[in-house]
Write a protein that binds this ligand. Structure first.
Ligand code: CUA
Length: 418
């Protein structure tokens, strides 16, 4: 559509105008390529949505300028010029001008049509993978929980054991990190187990609600490999604001490698590492500090590379400490809510943790996944994400108490799960 091309050309002007107008007011947020910016689309769906935004924006701007000019003209032209004007009789009252009224109605209808046609077009476009790409589409299911996201890969079969050590197939799920093939359309089924959530990846697509008893979906396509921020966009309770996730798009080969690694049961730290230097012990973290500063300074420089580094096995491991962590995972009832395939843990209330060490974030995208933050999270989850289930139904309900040594062992175990 010509209008789109036109609007895209005007984008540059809009950015300049936004920058000029917003300097004092929005100096912190007008950088239009921020991690959650819809002005920096990385896929066709987001691009179409941005184009539609500009169509609406330009139509509104034209109306604003027209109405504003007429108003300004009237105010100046017919203003009271002196004492005499203030006491003058009101002018003769008219009863409408058919020509003006019909043109106003006609103009409004035209403006609505100009907005409605591309709007409908984009609603249809963003609803379903285009027919010609359907055969190539990859399918995942995203499920909202208070307050985290579960991702199922219905086309994949993971491995676990049946207790006797025999390998059996299991459904494959992961949490808070949706890894997708780049350059390939991905059909995302949207579900929820509790309240209404909304699935939004600003640079790829969104938002579509995840509603109880309703099968919604959307589709996304990342142009190339990348690391994208996602977020729940519907108020869903106490910790809605910290219900985030990440999308990692990978080229076909890397995506396959990732899938194969994730299909495997939980990794065991090599026994040889037992002779290695034991890791430094942690002091308990009492105060919760938001991680934003650290995250942007270090991780954000190249989030995709940082993510890749996390896929590799840790360098120095203390196998004895990890084994102790595995024991605690069971004795402290973590296993009743979390699955770790291959270690015999099959809980489904919380996120699957079979490969949690390979994810870049914990606590639904809030904290960077490193030893300090893992420690902070399991030490006082309620300080990080108020009202969360792990705290209320785990720690409180089961009176779980962890010593700093317990926490250290658990952190080492979780970190070993690459
Ligand atoms: Cu889930 Cu807001």
């Amino acid at each position: 559509m010509r209008l789109f091309r036109y609007s895209t050309q005007l984008t540059r002007f809009a950015r300049a105008a936004a920058a000029l107008a917003g300097v004092p007011l929005l100096s912190g947020c007008f950088w239009l390529d921020g991690p959650q910016s819809t002005f920096d689309p990385n896929g066709p769906v987001a691009r179409h949505q941005m184009d539609l935004f500009y169509v609406t924006c330009w139509v509104s701007l034209v109306i604003f300028v027209l109405v504003g000019s007429v108003l300004a003209y009237t105010m100046i032209r017919f203003r009271a010029r002196g004492e005499a004007d203030l006491h003058a009789e009101p002018p003769e009252q008219g009863h409408g001008n058919p020509l003006v009224e019909m043109s106003l109605i006609g103009g409004s209808v035209l403006a609505l049509v100009v907005i409605a046609i591309p709007t409908l077009r984009e609603i249809w476009y963003s609803y379903e993978v285009p027919v010609e790409d359907k055969a190539n589409a990859y399918e995942v299911t995203a499920t909202g929980y208070q307050w985290w996201f579960k991702f199922d890969y219905p086309g994949e079969k993971a491995q676990t054991d049946d207790g006797s050590g025999k390998a059996v197939a299991a459904p494959f799920t992961t949490a808070n990190e949706l890894v997708i093939p780049a350059g390939r359309p991905v059909h995302v089924n949207l579900r929820t187990v509790d309240v209404i959530h909304s699935f939004w990846i600003p640079k790829l697509a969104g938002k579509v609600d995840m509603m109880p008893n309703r099968a919604n979906h959307l589709w996304i396509l990342a142009d190339k490999a990348g690391y994208f921020w996602g977020q729940c966009a519907e108020f869903c309770g106490e910790s809605h604001a910290v219900m985030r996730f990440r999308v990692i798009a990978l080229g076909p080969r890397e995506f396959n490698d990732w899938l194969n690694a994730q299909m495997a049961p939980a990794r065991r730290a090599p026994a040889a590492a037992e002779s290695g230097r034991p890791r430094a012990q942690f002091a308990a973290y009492r105060a919760f500090r938001r991680n934003e500063a650290g995250f942007t300074e270090k991780f954000d420089q190249s989030p995709l590379d940082s993510w890749r580094a996390l896929q590799l096995p840790p360098k120095d491991e203390d196998a004895a400490l990890i084994a102790r962590g595995r024991e605690l995972f069971s004795s402290k009832t973590c296993a009743s809510c979390h699955t770790v395939r291959g270690d015999g843990f099959i809980g489904v209330v919380g996120p699957e943790l079979t490969h949690v060490g390979s994810r870049s974030t914990i606590a639904a995208g809030l904290l960077e996944n490193n030893r300090d933050e893992l420690h902070r999270w399991i030490h006082a989850p309620n300080e990080v994400k108020p009202g969360n289930t792990m705290w209320l139904k785990g720690y409180i309900a089961n009176s779980i108490k962890l010593t700093p040594e317990d926490e250290d062992a658990l952190v080492n175990y979780l970190e070993s799960l690459k």
